[in-house]
Design a protein around this ligand. Sequence first.
Ligand SMILES: [Zn+2]
Length: 386
Amino acid sequence: MLLSDAPYINLFYNHFFGIGGLFVFVLGCCVGSFLNVVIWRLPLGMNLSVPASHCPKCGSQIKLYDNIPIIAWLVLRGKCRECKIAIPPRYIIIEACTGLMWFAVVYSGKYYDLPLSQVMGMLILTSVLISASLIDIETRTIPIQLSYFGICFALIFSLAFPQSQLLSSDHGLFEIQPAYSFLNELNPRLRSLFHCLFNITIAYIFMYLCAKLGKKVFGQHKVICDPPVQVKLNKTCCQAEDDEPLEWKEILTEKDEKIQFFTNDDGKIEINSEGKATKNGLDWKIEPEKKIFVKNLNFPSAVIGGGDLKLITLCSAFIGIQGSLVSLGFASFLGMIYLAISKREVKMTQRAIPFAPFIAIAAYSWILLWPFFIEKIRLFIEALRS
Ligand SMILES: [Zn+2]
């Protein structure tokens, strides 16, 4: 027997502009409140539930009624109840945005008449994307736990609610299902699990190849320093004047990669991820510290980071291969526009722009507007053919 979500659909869809929608918004705000904890604690490697929420300044535990999303912040006028330190408005903004985004997802589910289980999957995806984006903006990394959580959730969910997966393939651009129509005889749960695994695998392989190819084609990042910049080198990191130290392991993700510095005195220094250096081809010691003046440098840059790769793979578990690939294309487009508009000066330690927010915007747009995307791409393909 399948777990049916039909009885709940009545509550949410038929009473959406009433109790259903209000419930979704409030629940979304509560999840947003939890996402605040995730965004703060996950990059620090802290446990998400212990210790209980407390004020970072005075350490007083935050009472249950002061944890009520949005309202508590407004009642306390954005200050800690005990020590009156300001609580950044960011908290209330994330809570309200999560609530509104949940509301919009359920509304789109009602509009397209999707099974509630599929909508629930989209809500989880939306929440993971919000936290991944904000953590990426702050730390330039996407914690691997987020992607693993999402993928595990999708797999378990596909077993529990087969209709959440089987339907998601029906409104795609290309018909993938016949490729494994032999599975039609199978139990729907197994079919749905297979479908989810299939999406994850294909998306991962595709993204992995893209990342490899991207590195081959656009892999070298050249920076010219005019006038020359003083850079301190040591065994673990480098640091340009007026800039944050940058670890070798952060710039060089693979063993055979090297960063090249071309110095003022026409020297060529190469350093690998373990901090082993050569100068003009000969071994060179950078312990305890060396100062050089750099004219220009080359370093390998990843077009697609490891975190981005896993985030797209995670998206495919919920919105299918087509949704995730369209999202990747749209995200790259948004990223390029951002780079063109912001015209950011390339500093030596400038890392790739955080890409997760663009993936999140694109995937969220797909969740709300997939028929629009499909229509546009169909027209585009037809135009190419004629
Ligand atoms: Zn306090």
